[in-house]
Design a protein. Sequence first.
Length: 433
Amino acid sequence: MEENAEACGLEATETTPCDEAKLLDAAYMHFREAVSHLMLEPGMAELLWRGSRSYVVEFPVRMDDGSIRVFSGYRVQHSTHRGPAKGGIRFHPSVDLDEIKALAALMTWKCAVMNIPFGGAKGGVQCDPPELSLGELERITRRFTWEIARFIGPERDIPAPDVFTNAQTMAWIMDTYSILAGYTVPGVVTGKPVDVGGSLGREAATAQGVVYVIRESAHYLGMDLQGATVAVQGFGNVGWHTARLLSELGCFVIAISDVFGGVYNDKGLAVRRDVRAHLDATGSVVNAPGTESISNAELLELDVDILVPAAIEGQITKDNATRVKARIIAEGANGPTTPSADVILAEKNVFVVPDILANGGGVTVSYFEWVQNTQKLFWQEEDINSRLDAIMTRAFRDVLRIAEREKVSMRTAAYILAVERVAVAARLRGIFP
Ligand code: GLU
């Protein structure tokens, strides 16, 4: 296996020590593991791993107090082998080039697992949105869009929401890009508000996809979702809708958290009535009525049937994985489990549905939005959800088949499927010149 990876042009981990706390190193370890199961021609693995283009921009923004601040922004197009580059833009203090490179590669594999005709990209601006006003966020978004406008476009690279960006951010990007183009270009971004060309169902799509793979996992494991207990880490777009949809399905969501801390009720939380309403009123889930306080770390170790990490990367590590008690982990976030935690979870027989499969519902409905924008014809929400269900279910079964055949984890199986699909496209397109 090791030899095969090296024969493909990848260096051995012995000579390139990996720091698994770094998402880029973790992504590389997963990729390399998949390559060891594939018979790729020399050079192919390196071609697939290294990707295409990285843009780094430094740009000034006028702040509310009149001062000028310079921000660093990134857009990485990892692959365009299977179609235009696709992936979100995040606003977060941890954003740097390596993080965005890793997330762009994850998008390549995610789109390939979903079998939608996109490559992978990601972008980000290093900033701390909770400390910024709406006006500052708008000016950052518009100037960043101007900086990368030459590199994006409906046929080139299509951004979408990610951590701390949302439909409003996408509307600003679409507007700025359209002003530069001289006409309205809805297809330059997905995840837009429905009133400016967004798709029905996109808001809840990532969570809806998470729920479909949880349903498939439970079916596979013989677990009844009625009455199953759930903990959800993160209460942004993905966490909120996942908790809501699972409780509507009859699960007991017993713990939820956000950046400030978590809430717990062993009888099940009233997700919408208590937790969401409290968040809307106070800005956090902490101290929602009828709940006890719990920390983010404690939430991950609760005795639940299903754990959904839906916050940020690097949450389940070698330090806490031994104490995780969930039977199913569905990764709503990108990269929440480190590679050594993966090994521990496999030994404990935890069924981990990896990010590039579990949270692929978001980009899949982004694909539907892009198709609708291209056709200028809009679909009903029921059509969107049933098409999403079909794609998620097929992807889940494709990955499960490989996991059983190769006797590997669902993560390695998903990477094998993805890398193989992108390799086929790269081979068919050939090398220019
Ligand atoms: N940011 C989301 C993700 O990580 C959605 C990407 C998209 O819709 O392009 O999958």
